[in-house]
Every structure is written in structure tokens, then in C-alpha cells.
Design a protein around this ligand. Sequence first.
Ligand SMILES: [Zn+2]
Length: 92
Amino acid sequence: MSNQNTNCPKCGGTMKSGDFRIDIPPSTSSMNPMSPMSSFGTTQIGQPATVYPYWEEKTGKKGFLGRESTAIMNIKTYRCSVCGYIEFYVKE
Ligand SMILES: [Zn+2]
């Protein structure tokens, strides 16, 4: 199922799957005032951090302590190899 052929809605080209991620430069993470533990925690100064975005969706059901529970899902990304158009998919 992983190599399903998806065509670009813009130009009809072949869509290739990939990972959408954000690299945080070392200068930003080492100057974070919200993390006083960073100097001896798991984050090493001078090392870039990679963030993988995810999709959070309310399920409509009451969860722990009466709060509305949410479902966490991974984001699948497809890029057109012809025009570069990017599409996001979230599958349960
Ligand atoms: Zn395209």
C-alpha cells in the first residue's frame, strides 16, 4: 500500500512521499529561557533539534478528568516531482 500512485492536482505529475520536519538551529535552542534544565538535560548546546509536526484532533469523547480527549496522528506529506506542489495527509 505504500507505493500508491498519487497524481498532482495542479499539473498531474507524480507525487513522492516524504517527511515534513523542522530543524531548529543550535543558536535558538541554547537561548531558550523557558528551559532552565537545558544546560544539563538531554538537549546539548550546539546541537540542532528536529521537530516532527503532528496532527491533534478532538475526538468528542470525555477522557481523563473529564477533559475532552484528543487523537494524535502523523502527517504524511507528498511532493510533486514536476512542479513542487506539497500536499498533507493525515490518516487514522
Ligand atoms: Zn505538480
